[in-house]
Each structure stands twice: as C-alpha cells, then as structure tokens.
Ligand binder design. Sequence first.
Ligand code: SF4
Ligand code: SF4
Length: 237
Amino acid sequence: MSEKSFGELDVVGLNLQAVFDLAQLADDIVARLRRIAGDLAPYRQLILIGNAGPALWRAVDIARLKTDDPIDEFSARAVAGWFSRHHGDAARMQLYPGAAAVDLQALGALAGWHHPSPFKVGINDRFGTWFAYRVAMLADSRIPPTRPWASASPCTACTTLPCIEACPAKALSSETFSLDACIEYRRSDGSRCSATCISRLQCPVGQTHRYDEAQIRHGYANSLRMIEKYAAGRGNR
Ligand code: SF4
Ligand code: SF4
C-alpha cells in the first residue's frame, strides 16, 4: 500500500495523515498506548489522521448525519471504510474518538504538526491553528511510515503577538495561559467568546485555511456546552 491510497481521505478533508511503526516509537509513548489499549502485540503501527482547512466540515455538512457529533462520526466512518478497503480484516483498534484520553497534541508533535500557541491550540507554519486531530488508531498494517514535518513554530518569529492583545479576558497576558480566566469570560453574559476564540481569529498564520464560520461556531459552542456540563456537575453555575 502506498501513501497514494490516502487520496480518498484527502478528498473528504481528512488530509493530514501520519503513520508510525510502533517498534520505532519512544518507550514512554508506547507505555501510554499500552495503558489505553492493553496488549499491543496485534498491532504494528499507530496511524494518526487529521484535517486541515475547511474541507472536512463541508463534506460533513453534505453527509447530513443525524448525530450530536457529526465530525467525529463522519471521520471515524470514513477512516474505518478506508482501512477495510485497503487492509481487509487486519486488526485495528480506534483509540480516538474513544473513551480513553489520548494525548493528541503529543502525537501531533511527533508528526511535526503541533507547536504550542499562547492560547494552547496547536499551531504550525502550514495551516496556522486551522487543523485538528480526527482519528488515532492502532493497526496491523504495513504502510510506509511517514516522515515528520520539519516545521518551526510560527510563534517563535511572531513579534507583534496580536493573539495576546486580542483576548478580552487577558488570559494570555502572563507567562502561562490562564484557563480559569478564559473559562470565566466564556461563561459570562454577553461574552464575545461563547462560540469562538477572538485570539485564534487574530493570528495571521494560515488564514487561507481558516475554518468556515459554521465550523468555528460548532466547535466552540460544543466546548462551552462541555464546560457548562462540567460546572453543573460540580454544583458551580
Ligand atoms: S499571533 Fe503570533 S504568537 Fe499568537 S498564535 Fe499567532 S503566531 Fe503565535
Ligand atoms: S476563547 Fe476568548 S477568552 Fe479564551 S483565550 Fe480565546 S480569546 Fe481569550
């Protein structure tokens, strides 16, 4: 199987793919995978699939899936179909989306996709912050491993730092990101961040790959819902 077979994922916007041989991964990463998946013996590879730009959202919109999480559902189905067409019934275990917490940013860093930004969303010099992780899985596949991107963090060379200035909660103003300040502002009446992140919009990197407004609203409204659910569970409203 060649990397060309990823073309059918590319056309639906699942256009980031990284493949790692488990035997080549660092011990700490393998240990983390083992904690999630148990026995790794049935698998040879870790496959990470992501999206960059708005194409995935548009494909999801066309599919009109009746589910609360159409992006996850669409991505998982597309990757499962792609895998079975190319690998038949080879062993496969989907780690993400899933119940266990997978450190996706660590895997993204391994692929060269991820550098930290001041507002904690990953960034790279090709797509800015307009990319995301969609499926991570173990598989008994023999795909040629991909080379990590050699990319520098755009934040290192950013002198004007418009993201920091733009945050209405001043959550980025000190050395470390204040998640508490961000959440408090997002939950406040009249918040400008109830369905977006003003700082993210202000970052000039990768603007040609910016998500559609509907996708931005969907993603941030979902995350605010989860924040409210968590707060309600703690009696904090
Ligand atoms: S505005 Fe500058 S510092 Fe902020 S995320 Fe973009 S590149 Fe990084
Ligand atoms: S969501 Fe709003 S408050 Fe939070 S970091 Fe982004 S701009 Fe700041």
